[in-house]
Structures are given as structure tokens and as C-alpha cells.
Design a protein around this ligand. Structure first.
Ligand SMILES: [Zn+2]
Length: 321
């Protein structure tokens, strides 16, 4: 395993229990004052490492054989580990991936740390969508979603026409949704595990904000997260919080979407309900105003004050009734 001890601040001390303490590089990035009391603690073994800051409460960990998490990447970048070195750590970790038996053990450790577990799924008979699948390709272009996402279609003869959007978590396949393009019902078929949130793999490690939406296309077109219904269950809330970002909920501007607003208030999360003309959801807004335009309106309309959120919600309810 690549040793990251050399990257820790030179001013550090080691306890007999193996913890190395130094001034946390995390605090200033998490809205806390600079750590001058060596409150960052780091411990490593042949299997990985773990970090905890007693000043800002930031935590990050890494387990050999698993992908480097967003938080681990963040931590390494705050230690000024060069980007190439971070990539090397990731590659080195992946080289250990095939070691059987050990993975399960590591998976358990990682799950225990975050309290999150998704079963790996098999994709079955599918193929990637290419521009040759004209109907689906044009549909995706129309929805203004990034075309480099690995969209798929069923390769089974006689299957309904539809685009399959694989669900991943730490780049492991854990489910899927299918949006059918024939005029039959149901329009969507989901296969997702309890507590799953779509889009964690779309997040860049250095992003400060995360946008939480309801639908897959809403999330895709803006690199946000999708909770896939008009509420956020407790497991989803834990997962979203674990990303360590400033959260903004962007609900659908319809009656069901207002349920998401109530839940966001409960969770103490910011809500943004921009005054979009004729747009029911974020994806409509991206199609109408472009990605950047939609993002700007979201940031401008971002509201953390509960009373102001309630007022804006009332306006919307009035407008749609
Ligand atoms: Zn800290």
C-alpha cells in the first residue's frame, strides 16, 4: 500500500496506540478556525487508514481494495498530496481488488464506518446506447443530460424500447432504472435498494455544494443527487450528509414536490425554488435556461430561513392550484 505518512504535516507526534496527531488540515475548509492544537488524528495499517478531526469533526478513511472516497480524496488534497499521487493511490487500491475473501472483510469495515450497504447487482443482457440508437440518443439530447453517462438498452429481443440508467455507488453497480419511450405504462421501472441515492459518483471531490432533487434526469443534467421520490428517508439523509457538502434541495414545482420541501425543513437543509417559467422540474429548467443558467437561478433562490421557505412554498402551491 502506498504510504501517506510522508505527506502528513512535519510537525506531528505519535502516541503509543499508533495514532499520529497534527494540526488538522480540514478545519478551515469546514468553516472552523485553524487548528493549532494538533486535534487531527491519523492511524494506518496495511489494510488502510482512518482520520478524525476533533476540531471540525471531519472524518475520512481508506480501505485497500476499495475506491478512494470523495472525502478521502478531499483529505489528501488538503494535505497537498499531488493529484498524480492520489490517482496512483486509487490505482494501487484497484490492483488489490481481485484478492478474494479480503474484499468482503473490507466491505464490512467500510459499511460499518458509514452505516451504508448496497448489494452489487448483475446488469444482465444490455448494451450501451450509441448515436445509432437514434430514438434514444435524440431523447437523451433533448433532455440535456450528459451524453457520456453509461446509458444502456436491453439487448433482449422484443423488449420494450427504453433507456436503462445504471445506478452505481462507489462505481459499483447496485441497481437501475428504465425510462420507457414507447407510449405504454409504466413509464419508469426502478430497481433500487433502500437508502440508495442516485448521483454520489457524479460528485467531484472538491465541490462544496450538492443539489438534491427528485428525479434521475434532474440529477443527471446538473450533476446532483436524486432521492427518487418526494421525500428523503433516514438512510438517504445519512448518505447525503456523509458527503460533507452544503446541501440544497430543489423540489419539483408541483404538489408532490412540496412534500420534499417539508422534509428538507425538517432536516435543516436549504431549499431553492426559483421562479422558472413553465418548468415543472430542474430538468425542464436546464432544457429551457441551460445548465449554467439553471444553476445560477438555483443559487440565487437558495434559502435557509424556514419562514422564507414556507412563504415561497405557499406561493408555488397557489400558482399550481
Ligand atoms: Zn478539522
Amino acid at each position: 500500500m502506498i504510504d501517506i505518512i510522508p505527506f502528513l504535516p512535519a510537525k506531528r507526534k505519535q502516541s503509543s496506540s499508533g495514532w499520529v496527531s497534527f494540526n488538522g488540515p480540514c478545519c478551515v475548509h469546514n468553516g472552523e478556525s485553524v487548528d493549532r492544537r494538533q486535534r487531527g488524528g491519523f492511524k494506518s495499517s496495511n489494510e488502510g487508514w482512518s482520520y478524525h478531526c476533533f476540531n471540525c469533526n471531519f472524518t475520512a478513511s481508506f480501505i485497500l481494495g476499495r475506491n478512494l472516497s470523495i472525502k478521502a480524496r478531499k483529505f489528501l488534497s488538503w494535505l497537498n498530496v499531488p493529484a498524480e499521487e492520489i490517482d496512483r493511490i486509487q490505482l494501487d487500491s484497484m490492483r488489490h481488488r481481485s484478492v478474494e475473501g479480503i474484499i468482503d472483510e473490507r466491505q464490512k469495515i467500510a459499511d460499518a464506518i458509514l452505516g451504508i450497504h448496497f448489494e452489487e447487482k448483475d446488469m444482465g443482457g444490455v448494451e450501451f446506447v450509441t448515436p445509432d440508437h437514434t430514438d434514444i440518443w435524440n431523447y437523451l439530447r433533448r433532455r440535456q443530460v450528459p451524453i457520456d453517462y453509461p446509458y444502456m438498452i436491453s439487448s433482449t429481443k422484443g423488449a420494450r424500447t427504453g433507456v436503462i440508467i445504471p445506478f452505481t455507488y462507489n462505481n459499483t453497480l447496485v441497481g437501475r432504472t428504465t425510462r420507457f419511450l414507447d407510449d405504454r405504462k409504466p413509464v419508469w421501472i426502478n430497481d433500487f435498494q433502500p437508502g440508495y441515492v442516485f448521483g454520489t459518483d457524479l460528485q467531484h471531490f472538491d465541490w462544496q455544494y450538492v443539489i438534491v432533487t427528485e428525479g434521475i434526469f434532474d440529477a443527471l443534467c446538473i450533476d446532483g443527487l436524486a432521492v427518487m421520490h418526494s421525500t428523503v428517508n433516514d438512510a438517504q439523509a445519512r448518505l447525503i450528509r456523509s458527503l460533507g457538502r452544503e446541501i440544497t434541495v430543489v423540489p419539483d414545482q408541483d404538489r408532490a414536490g412540496m412534500g420534499l420541501v417539508d422534509r428538507a425543513i425538517e432536516l435543516g437543509w436549504a431549499v431553492s425554488m426559483p421562479a422558472w417559467e413553465g418548468c415543472k422540474d430542474l430538468n425542464d429548467a436546464v432544457v429551457k435556461y441551460g445548465r449554467l443558467g439553471a444553476l445560477l437561478t438555483i443559487m440565487q433562490a437558495r434559502e435557509t430561513n424556514k419562514i422564507k421557505i414556507e412563504l415561497r412554498k405557499r406561493q408555488i402551491v397557489k400558482a399550481i392550484s
